[in-house]
Design a protein. Structure first.
Length: 202
């Protein structure tokens, strides 16, 4: 009887160790993928030639952060969103840290969190088709992130004694950025569907 109990305890220990190894492996994979998304976030602004006006129009840095939220979930997505613009400033000197970089970090945090949160929530609780879930999550994240950006700009304006008006918000969030919005609406769902079909997101 004693031997049987010891044997069962040993089996439980082995299962526990194996479970921990699997969890550790998953965490390492997520950290590696996170580092990849951050690196992509550093590199894609070079497509706009480091031109601030063109960058504001095309919003290339948004793409890896939003995709990261879909792939890794809201927690990792939020961290990647917060870290990417700040670390890019530290390495390349762009974007300017205040107020642009700070507000961008708030905005991208929202993108990364909301894309992951809405995608997982809708997958669990809705009966929509995959493409509908992706688009609802994407649009929700894009709107939420822009609202957070607007709130951050208002706060920065309070500290620096400069007014950030509704007109400036609409111009920066939608009018100027419409080419980037279109790129994201067409490109990101295609990326997520491709990753889903290749089982990378499983």
């Amino acid at each position: 009887m004693k031997q049987a109990v010891c044997y069962n305890v040993r089996i439980v220990e082995l299962i526990y160790m194996e479970d921990n190894m699997v969890k550790d492996k998953k965490m390492v994979n997520k950290l590696c993928i996170s580092a990849m998304f951050i690196a992509i976030g550093w590199l894609v602004p070079f497509l706009s030639g480091q031109n601030t006006a063109l960058g504001n129009m095309l919003c290339f840095m948004h793409i890896p952060v939003i995709v990261a939220g879909f792939v890794l979930g809201p927690g990792y997505g939020a961290i990647i969103g917060a870290v990417t613009p700040i670390t890019r400033f530290m390495i390349f000197g762009m974007p300017p840290i205040y107020p642009i970089g700070v507000c961008m970090a708030v905005e991208l945090t929202g993108y990364g969190f909301l894309s992951g949160f809405l995608f997982r929530l809708l997958k669990q609780r809705s009966k929509f088709q995959e493409i509908v879930i992706i688009y609802i999550s994407l649009i929700g994240a894009m709107l939420g992130g822009r609202l957070l950006w607007g709130a951050a700009r208002v706060l920065c304006g309070v500290f620096s004694n400069t007014a950030f008006t509704w007109k400036l918000f609409m111009t920066g969030a939608f009018v100027t950025a419409w080419p980037g919005i279109l790129i994201q609406i067409f490109l990101i769902p295609a990326i997520i569907i491709g990753l889903n079909r290749s089982k990378i997101m499983k």
